[in-house]
Design a protein around this ligand. Sequence first.
Ligand SMILES: *Cc1c(COP(=O)(O)O)cnc(C)c1O
Ligand SMILES: [Zn+2]
Length: 406
Amino acid sequence: MSLSVTCYRCGEGDENAARVRCSCGEPRWIEPDASSFAWSDCRDYEGMWRYEPLLPIDRPAGVARAAGGTPLVRSPGLDDTAGCRVYVKDEGEHPTGAYKDRGSAVAVPHAIAAGNDAIGTVSYGNMAMSTAAHAASLDRECVVLVPDEIPAGRLELIAQYEPTIVRVDGDYGALYGDALALSDALPIGMLVSDSPTRISGYKTALFEICEAFAPDAPDAIVVPTSSGGFASGMWRGIRDLEAAGLLDDAPRLYLVQTAAADPITRAFDAGETDPTALSPDETGETIAHSIGNPDPPSGGRALAAARDTGGAVLSVTDDELRAAKRRFAVDAGFCVEPASAASLAGATRLSDRGDIDADESVVLVPTGTGFKELGTGDASVATERVRRADLSERLGSLLGDRLGAR
Ligand SMILES: *Cc1c(COP(=O)(O)O)cnc(C)c1O
Ligand SMILES: [Zn+2]
């Protein structure tokens, strides 16, 4: 298939989807001809493959078919906390528990079709799991480069799919650049956070949200952001729908970072076009490890996405993340990853400062499930120990207290 792979900034393009960066230095993305697309062109497939006409490959086999189609749930229990009409797009409901599967579902089969014997990635979190699962499902070798000091729990999650896991001794942050060079030297299709085919997969989240609201659109979408890949996908999705004439009033994209590592927020506040990489002494510890990239490869594009759509980039603290994670569970029944709680924490800040109004429809995107994060929650909650013989009486008074407190 001939593809148009372009640079959002300088417009330069060609047909090579394996080339990640433009000669101007910015990441590239795949630009389909969406001009004649209508919702009625959607395929009768489950999940994200509905949008096959706007994707660079036909629906592949395997676990990729399970990507997308996540629930979009009106969650009035969160309206007070968020200060608006809340919808939750629960991206944790993916085969490997995070939106990364949308990208892997396109990128892994595409890299295999391009003749790579093996697939590879640089990650020790959700992207590693997702890439390894998709390679396993297509019976391909997968190489995962992880930092030497990777926590055992993370290793166990990735190892389930039995990829080749290589612990790399040295500056892990610098591996993004090395990974692109490895693809040239070895028969490995290296799929980094902003590979053009990944971004194509990510945009289907935006399509699902907008199709659900069509012919209207939500007022805003709030997304946790680290490398800027998912934000880029959302923006690409908006552009596709605008090209198709299906989006008159695009949602504002609000991108939320952790205050412990927030180069994109800093650049947004300073009015700069590109983020500046943070040095180790400018970053801190955070429970939101999925959004801790101090040198985001798609940072410039994420900034452009927020500005172009009339949104913003902002940061939240770990205390705000803990509180928001709790509200997701207690007020709406969702178990989200700490990083994903940034969507709600961000919305709270945005409504407090007047960027979001109470009558606006806002889609929060918890990007990953909290089920992988055992041991990080609060296990010290008060529980009652009651003798079986006393159960009815004691339960009656306990319930009375709880119901009275509501
Ligand atoms: C990867 C990830 C993010 C950040 O996405 P980027 O594309 O790097 O901006 C946010 N939340 C979760 C759960 C993730 O796995
Ligand atoms: Zn360019």
